[in-house]
Every structure is written in C-alpha cells, then in structure tokens.
Design a protein around this ligand. Structure first.
Ligand code: SF4
Length: 311
C-alpha cells in the first residue's frame, strides 16, 4: 500500500510529494467520464481509512527541503478522508516551509467541517467543470446527494475568506461543456470567485468512459471567451499542435491584453518572426513577466498591476 508517492515535478505546483488518502481502492463521490481511474460506483464516505499516524510516519521518511508542496490527493476524492483536519494539523508540525496543497472536486465544500478544514491549507485546487446541472451530471456523474448550485455557492464563499492560493480547474470534454453557452455561464460564476489562477485543460490520459478531449487550439479559443481580467491559464498541452501563426506587434499587444500567456503558449501559437517581435516588446518593457503560483505569464506592462492581482 503506497501512501506517499513522488516527488513529481509539476509545472503548475512545483516539486510535489503526494499523499494518497485512499491507497487501496477508488473511493469517490464523483464518477467522472474523464477519470483516469476505472469507473466505480460513487460513495459519500470512505470505507477503508488509513490512520493519521501511519501517514505521518511515512511522510517523515520522504519529506526533504527540495519539496515545494505536500499534495493531498487520493484514488478518488481526498476530502472524504474522515480525519483530514487532524492530518493537516499533524503535517503542519513537521512541514517546515513546505506548502500544503489539496486537489479536490469541490463537492464536499458544502460540509461546514470540510470547508473550515480546507482553510488551513496553503494552497487549494477546486475543480468546477460545469455550471448547468445537466452538464455537470453528465460529465462528473456525482453522488445523488450533490447539487452543483450549492457547490458553486460554497466555492464563491470559500474564495472570499480563504487566505492562501486558490486555483480553479476546469476540464473540457468534447461536446459537453465546450459550448459557448456553458463557457458564458462558467464565466459569470468565475467573476465571483477570487482565484489566483484558473487552469483550463482537457483529457490528457485514457479516460474511464469513451469521451474525447478538445484540441489546444480550441482551448485557446475558449480562453478568449472568458473575461480578460480572469487569470485563465491553458494547462493541457499533450495533444498541442504548433499553430505557427504570424502576429504584428500590435496584435501581440492586443492578444496579451486579452489573455496573459506563458512562454509555452507562445511557442505553440507564434511563428519565429512573431517571437522576435515579442522579444523586442520585452526589451522595450512594453511586455513584462509576472509569476502566478509557480507559472510565469507574459502581460502588458500597463496591465501588470491590474491583472492577476491575487498572486
Ligand atoms: S473526482 Fe477525480 S477521482 Fe473522482 S471520479 Fe472524478 S476524476 Fe476520478
């Protein structure tokens, strides 16, 4: 039974040491179409529970100073772990300057105990794949007790009181949540969420059910549908085909005004000449870099203070 895994180098979160809070079987309140684990009936509590002492004992063997984050995750949903608060308190006594992070599907935020426990973490990543109840149910196949309207309300509330770095993740599935209508609804909700970064991605690994992801180009088009001030970041690149498009200096400025991009995005979107023009803009300090939660974005100098504030 492997409780601790890694460290793995994650582009989004740095060097991450994982803790699997459901190491022997999948225990989840969702049964997502895109899950990289096998399909499984949903549960609303864990039946197999690992003792806090055992996790801490193993963590002590693996923890060292080069690790950026201790990531609480699971074969399933980590917030179903019944001793989460006790575990976080125990980790806090040994973690030193290492940050704590949880990757959750957000549904248990409606539980007051979980809501207050997550406030203790340095970083929280909440998933939100859809706003419309029918689309949410199709993609995430949640436990019958879960209503997306209540979850969204709690995500908004959480973002207002949380002091750490909050990341939102949206995973796009072809033909389901990738419509203009659903993106507009997500946009309306995201405007009320105080997030450090919003990662949009798609299916990168073999999914539990026969569904397809969307292309990098489509992700980029979707990214432009969101309000310009939202800190959107395209997180999936596995199936990215280089666009090699040509941009004038003005077009580069306009693009970065709408949506800050990482150097990885630039490499995919720009042809060589456009990259040289961008380099000039950087030298002239019209374009500057800004780091948000481990990632470096290119933004307009004029927007550097206005955008991506909660870093
Ligand atoms: S929430 Fe995560 S673990 Fe649970 S079914 Fe969805 S992708 Fe799989």
């Amino acid at each position: 039974m492997n409780i601790i895994f890694g460290p793995v180098n994650s582009r989004r979160f740095g060097s991450s040491l994982g803790i699997d809070l459901s190491p022997s079987s999948k225990q989840c309140n969702f049964d997502c179409l895109y899950c990289e684990l096998a399909p499984m009936e949903t549960v609303d509590s864990q039946h197999e529970v690992v003792a806090v002492e055992k996790i801490i004992e193993e963590l002590k063997h693996h923890l060292h100073t080069k690790i950026d984050v201790i990531t609480l995750t699971a074969n399933g949903e980590p917030t179903l772990y019944p001793f989460l608060e006790e575990l976080i308190d125990a980790i806090d006594t040994i973690k030193g300057s290492t940050q704590t992070l949880i990757l959750t599907n957000s549904a248990t935020l409606v539980d007051e105990k979980v809501f207050h426990t997550l406030l203790k973490l340095d970083q929280v990543k909440l998933s939100l794949d859809a706003v419309s109840s029918d689309i949410f149910k199709k993609i995430d196949r949640p436990h019958e007790s879960i209503q997306i309207e209540k979850v969204i309300q709690k995500i908004i509330e959480f973002s207002k009181v949380y002091k750490g770095k909050l990341f939102i993740e949206i995973l796009f599935v072809y033909g389901l949540n990738d419509t203009q209508e659903e993106v507009a609804k997500l946009n309306d909700v995201l405007k009320n969420i105080n997030a450090s970064r919003i990662d949009i991605g798609t299916i990168d690994r073999p999914p539990a059910y026969p569904v397809m992801g969307i292309s990098y180009k489509e992700l980029h088009e979707i990214s432009l549908m969101f309000d310009a001030h939202l800190p959107i970041h395209i997180a999936s690149r596995i199936h990215a085909e280089p666009n090699n498009s040509s941009y004038t200096s003005d077009e580069i400025m306009n693009t970065l005004d709408k949506r800050p991009l990482t150097f990885d995005d630039i490499n995919l979107l720009f042809d060589d000449e456009s990259k040289i023009k961008l380099q000039f803009l950087i030298e002239e300090e019209k374009v500057v870099t800004k780091t948000v939660g481990n990632l470096e974005f290119l933004v307009l100098q004029a927007n550097a203070k206005r955008k991506l504030q909660k870093s």
